[in-house]
Design a protein around this ligand. Structure first.
Ligand code: S3P
Length: 443
């Protein structure tokens, strides 16, 4: 099973190359709703790009950076749709440009906290307005000359860190961002590869103002470990499966799901480790496993925050009590994932409880297919798809199309796995799933 390109790296490959001077080619770019939102915003800001599909290489983004002074005021509101990464990273960029930008998004994004980027950007000298005094989108930004600051983030957020590093790139003086726990470091890796002066000491990342221009960066985006996580769980929990996932990103700031599945006892092999686009990549093989419960908390949480809904599916079918703590950030994702994961997995018979900052899950012997909802949250839709694949009977997921945000081929990949065994998926309203992936049914 080949998973699509990494969402976080695709956003950054587009945004950072849009700030550089000259053309760049990005292979295996994720063409999802979120990354399309980023590309359309960049287009509105005067950046030219095109997408093409190559049978062998996957989607290819060609983007021509106009240089640091090249962005232009957009004629229209910039629509980040469902994408927090688009809104927060672009806020950091646009804070440095002396024109007006208005950023909005869909009903979910308009409820997500923006004060975490607005406050430090104001401290750097940008004028930023938003609903609730900058707490929520839409945001209006009139950027200009920024000054570097030293900022300790109250929450561990790669989006906030990245926004401030991007603003810092075009500010006067050094910008230093301190993270309370390690978060994904794709921005730092890519900025360095493009010639920015960036250093790290423990949890403190420093960036110096850009001298000259950023160099464009050609890269091949690794497979998305967050997408691979759905299949890792499906194969580990299924009684008779073996699945190989080639070319998956295994950046240590993202690989918490691998660590947790292994500590649960999953038969999970990581082989052929190599580097691709400045990121570690490997092939992952997962086999049916006898899982045991775990506790997930502390610094591990930001390393697997997006994988918690699907880990909850694994825990729901693992005898004993699995507990996730220190994950209150789940409440401000595309949905309140503590509430929605509990509500929807309970419909399938899971024994799962809300904690203020996480989940407590008591494994049951089997899940039972049910009618459930995605709450327009891509990761919940896909986690429910995996739950439906593993459950007895038929599952119907309303709003299954949300998967398009990060994994456009998800339902056909799932159907492929399901039909590689007897039965195959049913079709009809919403998205219905049943069937299994059998040992040897590598796709
Ligand atoms: C992302 C960072 C994480 C993650 C999100 C993507 C990124 O969010 O949950 O899906 O690309 O930087 P936070 O920055 O809020 O932790």
């Amino acid at each position: 099973m080949v998973v699509p390109g990494d969402k976080s790296i695709s956003h950054r490959a587009a945004i950072l190359n849009a700030l550089a001077l000259g053309p760049a080619t990005v292979e295996n770019f994720l063409v999802g709703e979120d990354t399309r939102a980023t590309l359309e915003c960049l287009g509105a800001l005067g950046v030219s790009w095109s997408l093409e599909e190559d049978r062998g290489l996957g989607p290819i983004l060609r983007i021509h950076g106009p240089g640091r002074a090249g962005l232009r005021e957009s004629e229209d509101v910039l629509d980040a749709r469902n994408s927090g990464t688009t809104m927060r990273l672009l806020s950091g960029v646009l804070a440095a440009y002396p024109f007006l930008s208005i950023l909005t998004g869909d009903s979910s994004l308009r409820l997500r906290p923006m004060g975490r980027v607005v406050e430090p950007l104001r401290e750097m000298g940008a004028q930023v307005w938003g609903r609730g005094d900058g707490a929520y989108p839409p945001l209006a930004i009139r950027g200009g000359e920024l000054r570097g600051i030293r900022y300790r983030m109250p929450v561990a957020s790669a989006q906030v860190k990245s926004a401030l590093l991007l603003a810092g790139l075009l500010a006067q003086g050094e910008t230093a961002v301190e993270e309370p726990a390690p978060t994904r470091d794709h921005t730092e890796r890519m900025l360095r590869a493009m010639g920015a002066r960036l250093s790290r000491e423990g949890g403190l990342v420093r960036i110096e103002p850009l001298e000259g221009e950023l160099s464009p960066l050609d890269l091949r985006v690794p497979g998305d470990v967050s997408a691979a996580a759905f299949w890792m769980v499906a194969a580990a929990v299924h009684p008779d499966a073996e699945l190989r996932l080639p070319g998956v990103g295994v950046n240590p700031t993202r690989s918490g799901v691998i660590d947790v599945l292994r500590s649960m006892g999953a038969e999970l092999e990581v082989t052929e480790e190599r580097e691709q686009g400045g990121e570690p990549v490997a092939d992952i093989t997962v086999r049916s496993s006898r899982l045991a419960p775990v506790e997930v908390s502390g610094d591990l949480v930001p390393r697997l925050i997006d994988e918690i809904p699907v880990l909850a599916v694994a825990a729901a079918l693992t005898p004993g009590r699995t507990v996730v703590r220190d994950a209150a950030e789940l409440r401000v994702k595309e949905s309140d994932r503590i509430v929605t994961t509990c509500r929807e997995l309970r419909r399938l018979g899971a024994r799962i409880e809300e904690l203020p900052d996480g989940l407590a899950i008591d494994g049951v012997e089997f899940l039972t297919g049910a009618h459930c909802q995605s709450h327009d949250d891509h990761r919940l839709a896909m986690a429910l798809g995996v739950a439906g694949l593993l459950a007895r009977g038929e599952t119907v997921i309303e709003g299954a199309g949300a998967a398009e945000v990060s994994y456009p081929g998800f339902w056909s990949d799932l159907a492929g796995l399901a039909s590689s065994a007897a039965g195959g998926p049913a079709s009809g309203e919403g998205e219905q799933v049943k069937g299994v992936a059998r040992r040897g049914s590598e796709t």
